[in-house]
Design a protein around this ligand. Sequence first.
Ligand code: 5AD
Ligand code: SF4
Length: 406
Amino acid sequence: MKINKEASLTPKSKRPSDFSLKNARNLLGQTSECQPKVFVKTFGCQMNVRDSEVISGLLDKAGYKLTDDETKANIEILNTCSVRQLAEEKVWSAVGRSKAKIIGIVGCMANNYRESIFEKVPKVDFVVGTADIGKLPKILKEIEKHKGGILEKKIYETDADFREDEIYHTGFHLDKEHAFVVISEGCENFCSYCVVPYVRGRLRSRDYNDILKEIKDDIEAGITKITLLGQNVNAYKYEKTDFVKLIGIVNSIKGLNEFGFVTSQPKDTSVELFLAMQEADKLKKYLHLPIQSGSDRILKAMNRGYTRKYYLDLADKYRTIVRNGALTTDIIVGFPGETEKDFQDTYDVVKNVEFNAGFIFKYSIRPHTEATKMVDDVPKEEKERRHALILELQKKISRNKNANSS
Ligand code: 5AD
Ligand code: SF4
């Protein structure tokens, strides 16, 4: 899954002009100062961008004012990412900088560190896990009641197994034309480097009737494009509906002009999916298919469930079946035990497959994962060298591809 920059959340359509807001409050006998303002800061992937919309929609419904000006916020919610150590470091420094009266850590880091966050950063008031975000309006009310009192409260909620479908139906979107639609949550592939199964839980596919309702409501609100989201999107299965079937169903929705999906696991990607992609006229011909490594030895240690040859065949089939289909990937360099030969295998794959784009990461040890039992033996400088080499190669390939397609 691709990583976005930090983002703040108040869609333009929801931003009231200060003038009219003030007038309205004066009529109600309220001043804008006493109305708590919430700032939601997003770290991480598109799933988190969508989760922040869900959080904002729920708080908006509960009567909270949202702001995109951090300095004016009384309440700051950090929707966090744990995918690499660097992502977490960014969050810790953002908490340090925050001047908000009430501060909450929500999302992947909440599940990763739970109540120990209160010890590490005492100024944090609440910690809410990825499956518990529906409880946020209640939690905020409770924290507000006690804030500044003799018995200040700290709340943490990180144990829910699944989300209620209702939370997806607030109609809150950052973009007027495009919406992210979560079709499944969690992942149970347990790739040995990956924290996701521990912070997002086991794979849960949403009832497709509910997904369709959400999309139809979005279309009624003016949305014309959607992206289906899942950490392992093509493992979707609800009763007899699998991902291939879902693509056909979504394609036939009236009023929808374009759709896409992320992120696919190669072992769950099939020729049937490519045929469905080619058939679906509204589907963007774009596949993000993380290979992670081109070395069979490392793929095995990563527990990816496929070989280099399987991936290369799959990429070939994709390009044959899905005409003009773009192909992008993720790669991790410096995984424990990665030798120069393993690295060269990855380098060769990048050279031969000619991805349209590639996201290259340096291995970062993550709590809970199987790889913590392995020795992180590739020195930092060597990780940097390998990272720079593949990045440079991919940049050249992307430049050539873009020049040829324009
Ligand atoms: N170290 C480095 N990169 C990682 N990714 C996931 N976990 C780690 C880790 N521990 C990368 C993978 C994934 C992308 C979202 O982040 O390439 O596809
Ligand atoms: Fe997204 Fe994974 Fe980061 Fe969580 S840890 S925000 S699921 S990329």
